[in-house]
Design a protein around this ligand. Structure first.
Ligand SMILES: Cc1cc2nc3c(=O)[nH]c(=O)nc-3n(C[C@H](O)[C@H](O)[C@H](O)COP(=O)(O)O)c2cc1C
Length: 336
C-alpha cells in the first residue's frame, strides 16, 4: 500500500507529521517518532520575544565590555560562552537533521516583521527543510481594522521570504472573517502551505483567587471538525498545501481530514499523552481502513468529501447549520 504524499513540495512517505511540541526538544523522542512512522517533524517554536531579549542582552553585554578597562576585559567571559535560545535552536536543527532521515521543519513564532526575522536564514543554513511561521496574534487593539490584521500576516510572510528560499508554511488561526480569502492572499504572497488551525489558548479565571489562571486542556477529536470543514472548503480551490492540526487523535480523525482534502495531518496531544507508539497505531488504523475500502493510495480518496466533490456543496455552509438545528429533539419532561 502506498501512503506517500506531497507537502510543501516535499515528498513524504505518509501524511503523518507530528506538529510543534516539546517532543522535538529531545533527539530520542524525535527518533522514536520517526521509528513509529512519522514522515516529517515540525520543531517546537523559536519565539520572537526570546530572540529580541537575547539581542538586547547581548547589546548590554558588549557595551559593558567596551566601557570597562582593557586589561580587566580580558578576564571577562566572552558572550560566546553563553549560548542563548537562538544558538540552542540552531544546534537542535542541526542535531535533528543529523539524527533523522525525515525532513525537519523549523518553527518561528512571532508577530512583528522586524530584525528578529533575519535569523530565519541561519535556521535554513542549519539544515531545516522548511519553515513554519506561527503568528500567534491576538488582535486586542479595537482600533485595528481587520484588513490591517490580515496585512500583518502577509507582511510577515513576505519579510520571511526575503531571508529564506526554503518552503514556508503558515500556521493560521481560524479567527479571520474570510478564512478562504486569507489563505488565497498568503498563497499569492508565497506560502507553500497553510496549517489549519492554530489553537488560541483562552485564559481562564480562578474565581476563588480572582486572578487569571493558565491551563493547557487536551484537545478532543471534535476539535478537528473546524479544520475539517475549512479543508473541505479549500481543497481544489487553492494550490498551496493544506495540513490540519487540533484534535487529531485517532485513525478515524486522520481519515476525515484526508477525505476533506488535507495533504498531511498533525498530531501533538495524542502523542504527548500516549507516547510515540500511538502514531504507529493511528497509521495502522488508516491502513486497515484503506484496505477495507479497497484504496491503494491516499490520492484514491483524498478530497473525496471536499466541498467541490459533494453533490450539494451548501452542506458545508448554511445548510449544515439548518440541518444541525433540525436534529434537536426535545426530551420528554424537560420543558414544562
Ligand atoms: C505542550 C505543547 C507545546 C506546544 N508548542 C508549540 C510550539 O512551540 N509552536 C507551535 O506552533 N505550536 C505548539 N503547540 C501546538 C501544537 O503543535 C498543536 O497545534 C496543538 O496542540 C493542537 O493539536 P493537538 O490537538 O494534536 O494537540 C504546542 C502544544 C502543546 C500541547
Amino acid at each position: 500500500m502506498n501512503m506517500s504524499t506531497k507537502w510543501l513540495g516535499l515528498d513524504l512517505k505518509n501524511p503523518f507529521v507530528p506538529s510543534a511540541s516539546p517532543l522535538s526538544r529531545s533527539l530520542d523522542a524525535a527518533k522514536a517518532l520517526e521509528d513509529a512512522g512519522a514522515s516529517a517533524i515540525v520543531m517546537y517554536s523559536l519565539f520572537e520575544e526570546a530572540i529580541v531579549a537575547e539581542e538586547e542582552g547581548l547589546t548590554r553585554f558588549l557595551h559593558h565590555q567596551e566601557t570597562g578597562h582593557a586589561e580587566a576585559d580580558g578576564f571577562l567571559p566572552s558572550h560566546a560562552d553563553f549560548p542563548g535560545e537562538l544558538d540552542r535552536y540552531l544546534e537542535q536543527v542541526a542535531s535533528l537533521k543529523a539524527t533523522l532521515q525525515i525532513p525537519v521543519i523549523a518553527s518561528l513564532n512571532g508577530v512583528t516583521a522586524s530584525g528578529w526575522m533575519t535569523h530565519a536564514k541561519e535556521i535554513a543554513d542549519a539544515g531545516a527543510d522548511a519553515l513554519e511561521l506561527n503568528a500567534y496574534y491576538v488582535a486586542g487593539d479595537i482600533w485595528e481594522e481587520g484588513h490591517y490584521v490580515e496585512q500583518r500576516y502577509v507582511t510577515l510572510l513576505k519579510e520571511l521570504r526575503e531571508h529564506v528560499s526554503i518552503p514556508i508554511n503558515m500556521k493560521l488561526s481560524a479567527a479571520f472573517s474570510s478564512v478562504g480569502n486569507m489563505v488565497k492572499k498568503l498563497e499569492g504572497a508565497g506560502a507553500a502551505g497553510v496549517t489549519l488551525f492554530n489553537r488560541f489558548y483562552q485564559p481562564d479565571i480562578d474565581v476563588e483567587g480572582m486572578r487569571l489562571k493558565f491551563a493547557l486542556p487536551p484537545t478532543v477529536s471534535s476539535d478537528a471538525l473546524l479544520a475539517m470543514r475549512w479543508t473541505a472548503m479549500l481543497h481544489g480551490r487553492v494550490d498551496c498545501s493544506l495540513s490540519a492540526t487540533g484534535g487529531i487523535h485517532s485513525g478515524e480523525d486522520a481519515i476525515k481530514l484526508l477525505l476533506a482534502g488535507s495533504d498531511v495531518v498533525h498530531l501533538c496531544h495524542a502523542l504527548l499523552q500516549h507516547g510515540s507508539q500511538h502514531l504507529e497505531r493511528v497509521i495502522g488504523e488508516v491502513r486497515d481502513w484503506m484496505e477495507r475500502q479497497g484504496f491503494e493510495q491516499i490520492d484514491d480518496f483524498r478530497g473525496r468529501m471536499s466541498q467541490v466533490s459533494l453533490l450539494d456543496p451548501s452542506e458545508y455552509e448554511r445548510l449544515n447549520y439548518i440541518r444541525v438545528i433540525d436534529t434537536h429533539s426535545g426530551r420528554d419532561g424537560v420543558w414544562r
